[in-house]
Design a protein around this ligand. Structure first.
Ligand code: PEP
Ligand code: MG
Length: 415
């Protein structure tokens, strides 16, 4: 059995230049694992709290004081890491030690275990075939909490290369779409600065409707047809739009307000008009009932919960009971540890809710989520299109193709 022999944490910076936690785990004195925690901008209320009192230093101090407790543990067993962490912080949202520690520690441990056992991480988490590649779901245009004034209220306009027969082709379709969309934006706005939001998506000075028209044009320019090579998705990130006091969704940049029924109608219309295969958080994070209405009405679209589920096993069980979602975002740092996330994935699978493993808007250049997507049989990996911290995950998918030859890992054609 491999055994953790050294462990160390430090403060580093994420893609937004904000402080985060990085942890190194060494197994059997020589196998080095490392991970640093990502962070969100549109954060669900029930997510694990990144740092105690918003203070990374306090998180690191508590971790360092307790780090000896992890020495001698098996890094390949996410449950053991979870149990010891829980003996230090048993609060529901990791408010004492912080979700950033939970993330970085549990992922660094599995990273180090994989090296010591000389197997890829995905195989440690899911020992048996079949393995399938997720479709890359890429953010090409965005606004909301990820970009500045003048951009759309809608947080993410996403593309999914449904017609691709290999992961390489899939990535290339997304790159082509991103590039072409940049040209289309420039053609209507000579002062376009090539500005991009937190996730690398274009952040032009347009409203929601104009954004969709531009994307439609870019699809045509590329010679693609909607529903053939490519399909569209949207993350409405509705909790960021919701005003609890007024009970309405404020599309402030476009000057529109929608009550709950109007928001449901808007979501249904978007799915119909653009043949969306994916719609994330169409209503705010406590509205399981409206989610259920949208899910029921649109059986061909993955009506997906992000802020509403926060990678929380109890919440996804509740969503299964109320038939609120057909898709579930899996973000390890929303729930804390890798173990928490694998439990969540099991609950999704049992209830036939499709998993979409996802990055955060504030990311590291780590690639671990590519493995987590494969290990959880994720339908999609949502990790942007452009930007070093996004490409890191996509390039890892390409590297994992090399297991094709020896493992029989299915490429997209059979996924
Ligand atoms: C999202 O809302 O799906 C997302 C990736 O953004 P963030 O990380 O800001 O929550
Ligand atoms: Mg989201």
């Amino acid at each position: 059995m491999p055994s953790i022999t050294a462990i160390k944490g430090r403060i580093v910076y994420n893609s937004r230049g904000s402080k985060t936690i990085e942890i190194d785990v060494i197994t059997d004195k020589k196998f080095f694992g490392r991970a640093s925690a990502p962070s969100g901008a549109s954060v669900g209320k029930q997510e694990a709290q990144s740092f105690p009192d918003d203070n990374p230093k306090k998180a690191l101090e508590l971790f360092t004081t307790n780090s000896k407790k992890f020495i001698g543990l098996d890094p390949a067993d996410p449950k053991i890491i979870f149990d010891v962490l829980r003996s230090i912080d048993n609060t529901e949202r990791y408010t004492k030690i912080g979700g950033a520690i939970a993330y970085a520690l549990s992922i660094a441990a599995i990273d180090s275990a994989a090296k010591s056992l000389d197997v890829p991480i995905f195989k440690l988490l899911k020992p048996r075939k079949p393995y399938k590649f997720p479709f890359p779901l890429g953010n090409i245009l965005g606004g909301g909490a990820h970009a500045g004034p003048g951009t759309p209220d809608i947080q993410e306009f996403l593309v999914c290369p449904i017609g691709a027969e290999s992961i390489i082709e899939a990535l290339e379709i997304n790159f082509e779409m991103h590039k072409e969309l940049g040209k289309v934006i420039e053609s209507i706005d000579k002062r376009f600065t090539y500005g991009r939001g937190d996730e690398g998506a274009w952040a032009p000075n347009v409203n929601n409707d104009q954004a969709l028209e531009l994307i439609d044009k870019a699809i045509k320019n590329c010679g693609f047809s909607l529903g053939k090579e490519i399909s569209l998705g949207i993350d409405l990130a509705s909790s960021s739009l919701w005003n609890e006091k007024k009970k309405e969704y404020g599309y402030v940049r476009q000057g529109i307000k929608r009550n709950t029924q109007e928001q449901i109608d808007f979501a249904n219309d978007l799915i119909k008009k653009y043949n969306l295969i994916y719609l994330e958080d169409p209503v705010h994070e406590e509205d399981f009932e409206s989610m259920a209405a949208i899910t029921k009405r649109n059986p061909k679209c993955l009506v997906t919960g992000d802020d509403i589920l926060v990678t929380n096993t109890s919440r996804v069980k509740e969503a299964a009971r109320s038939k609120s979602c057909s898709g579930a975002i899996l973000k390890v740092n929303q729930t804390g540890t890798l173990y928490d996330s694998m439990k969540f994935a099991d609950a999704c699978t049992i209830n036939n809710i499709k998993i979409i493993t996802s990055h955060r808007s504030g990311e590291s250049s780590d690639a671990h989520i590519a493995h987590i997507a494969i290990a959880t049989d994720s339908k999609m990996l949502k990790s942007g299109v452009i930007g070093g911290e996004r490409i890191a995950k996509l390039n890892e998918l390409l590297r994992l193709r090399e297991y094709d030859l020896i493992e029989g890992m299915a490429d997209l054609s059979t996924a």
